[in-house]
Design a protein around this ligand. Structure first.
Ligand SMILES: Nc1nc2c(ncn2[C@@H]2O[C@H](COP(=O)(O)OP(=O)(O)OP(=O)(O)O)[C@@H](O)[C@H]2O)c(=O)[nH]1
Ligand SMILES: [Mg+2]
Length: 376
C-alpha cells in the first residue's frame, strides 16, 4: 500500500522518522512538532514546525490546551504543506502520543485532514505507560474522544504490554523499533499483488481497508523454520498465529474481535501450498466475529515465516476502558468544578447580602440609638 505518514509531537515524529530513514519506497510523509530542537534532531526534508507564532519552539511542556490552541491556529498552514508533499496514496496514517501536549492535539489535525483528503485515515496513538506522570494520563484521557471521532480506525499502542525490558523510559528506541517492525509489515500489504508464486494469494489493500473499523490491533510473530527442518509446517503456522494473537500492540480478548486480516509471510518453500489457510481457520474459530480475510506475502529471508494479524472492530479493551473511565471522571470533575464555582459564587452573593443586611441593621441600630439618646 502507498502510505502518507505523519508524525506529530516527539513520540510521533521519532516513530515515523524510522520509516523515512529506511527509505521505504511506498511510504512518504511529514514530521510536525512544536519543539524545534526535537524536530532538528531528525534529519528529513519535510519537517513542519508548528506554533512558532504562539510559543518559542520549546514544545508545550505537556500543556494540552496550549497544544490544541497551537494546532488549531496552524492547521491550515500544516495541511497546505502536507498537500505539497502528498502524492497518490492509498491511505493516511497519523502517529502521535495521546498524552503529549502536542501529540494529544491529533484530533484537530485529523478533523482537518478528513475535510481535505479522501483517503482512509488511520490513527496510531501511543497510550500513556505506567511510568508516565499523571499529567500525561490526564492529557490522553482528554484527547481520546476527539481523536477517535475523526479517524476510520484507531490503533492504540500499549507500551506496557509491548515492552521487552523492565523499563520504558530510557528504552524508547527499543519500543520504537518494535512499533516500526509491526507497521512496516502492515505497510507491505498490497505491495506484492500479481507477482510471482505468492502473488496469487497475496493480500491486497482492499482486504486491509475492508477489515478496518474502529479499535484495531496488530499482532506479529516470526520463526526461522530452517532451524527445525522436520517441523510440520501447518502446525508451525498455527503456533505462530496463536503467539501473534498475544503479541499485539494492545491486549484484547479474541471474543471481542469482529474482523481480522491474517497474513502469512515467508518464501514458497516454507509456507507450503496451504499458505495462510491454517492460520485463517484458527482465527475464524477463535474470534467473536465472522469476518476473516487473509493471504500470503513473500519474505526475502529464506526459512523465516511470520504471521501478521490485524484485529479490528474490537468491542472493548480493558486498557481503553480504563482510559474511558478517566474521561468520565474528568467530565465529572469538570462538572463538580462548575458546581463548586457556582456554590462559591452564590456564597459570595449571600455574603454580599449579609454584609448589606449587617450594614442596614447597623444603621437602624445607630438611628434607634440616636433616638433613645435624644429622649434621655
Ligand atoms: N513510543 C514512544 N513513546 C514516547 C517517546 N517519547 C515520549 N514518549 C511517550 O509519549 C508521551 C509524551 O508525549 P511526547 O510525544 O513526548 O509529547 P509531545 O507530543 O511532543 O508534546 P509536548 O508536551 O508538547 O512535548 C508519554 O506517554 C511518553 O511516555 C518515544 O520516543 N517513543
Ligand atoms: Mg514535545
Amino acid at each position: 500500500m502507498k502510505v502518507f505518514l505523519i508524525g506529530l509531537g516527539r513520540a510521533g515524529c521519532r516513530i515515523t522518522h524510522q520509516f523515512f530513514e529506511a527509505g521505504l519506497h511506498n511510504v512518504e510523509g511529514v514530521l510536525v512538532d512544536t519543539d524545534l530542537a526535537d524536530l532538528g534532531h531528525l534529519k528529513y526534508r519535510y519537517r513542519i514546525p508548528a506554533g512558532e507564532a504562539l510559543i518559542d519552539g520549546e514544545g508545550t511542556q505537556r500543556d494540552l490546551s496550549l497544544g490544541m490552541e497551537v494546532i488549531q491556529a496552524d492547521r491550515y498552514g500544516i495541511i497546505e504543506k502536507m498537500t505539497r508533499v502528498k502524492g497518490d496514496a492509498d491511505c493516511i496514517f497519523l502517529i502521535s502520543a495521546l498524552g503529549g501536549g502536542t501529540g494529544g492535539a491529533a484530533g484537530i489535525l485529523l478533523e482537518e485532514m478528513k475535510k481535505n483528503f479522501i483517503e482512509p485515515l488511520y490513527y496510531v496513538g501511543v497510550l500513556p505507560c505506567e511510568e508516565d506522570l499523571s499529567v500525561v494520563t490526564i492529557n490522553a484521557a482528554r484527547a481520546l474522544k476527539e481523536t477517535i471521532r475523526h479517524c476510520d480506525a484507531f490503533f492504540p499502542i500499549d507500551m506496557d504490554h509491548l515492552k521487552q525490558s523492565t523499563r520504558i523510559k530510557g528504552n524508547y528506541r527499543g519500543i520504537n523499533r518494535l512499533i516500526y517492525t509491526y507497521f512496516e509489515r502492515v505497510f507491505r500489504i498490497g505491495e506484492f499483488s500479481g507477482r510471482g508464486d505468492i502473488g496469487e494469494n497475496a493480500v491486497d489493500f482492499s482486504d486491509f481497508a475492508k477489515t478496518l473499523k474502529g479499535l484495531s490491533v496488530v499482532g506479529l510473530k516470526g520463526q526461522d523454520l530452517l532451524l527445525n527442518p522436520e517441523i510440520d509446517k501447518p502446525e508451525a503456522v498455527i503456533d505462530l498465529t496463536k503467539a501473534a494473537s498475544k503479541m499485539t500492540t494492545l491486549q484484547v480478548e479474541l471474543g471481542d474481535v469482529q474482523s481480522a486480516l491474517v497474513t502469512v509471510l515467508g518464501d514458497r518453500d516454507h509456507i507450503d501450498f496451504l499458505g495462510s489457510i491454517p492460520a485463517r481457520l484458527w482465527v475464524e474459530k477463535n474470534i467473536g466475529g465472522r469476518e476473516v480475510r487473509g493471504g500470503d506475502m513473500p519474505l526475502s529471508r529464506r526459512g523465516n515465516v511470520e504471521v501478521l494479524l490485524i484485529f479490528s472492530g474490537v468491542k472493548r479493551s480493558e486498557e481503553m476502558a480504563g482510559l474511558y473511565k478517566k474521561v468520565e471522571l474528568l467530565g465529572k470533575a469538570q462538572q463538580m468544578d462548575e458546581t463548586i464555582t457556582e456554590v462559591i459564587d452564590r456564597i459570595g452573593g449571600m455574603r454580599r447580602t449579609l454584609n448589606e443586611l449587617e450594614r442596614e441593621m447597623d444603621e437602624t441600630y445607630q438611628k434607634l440609638k440616636g433616638k433613645v439618646e435624644k429622649k434621655e
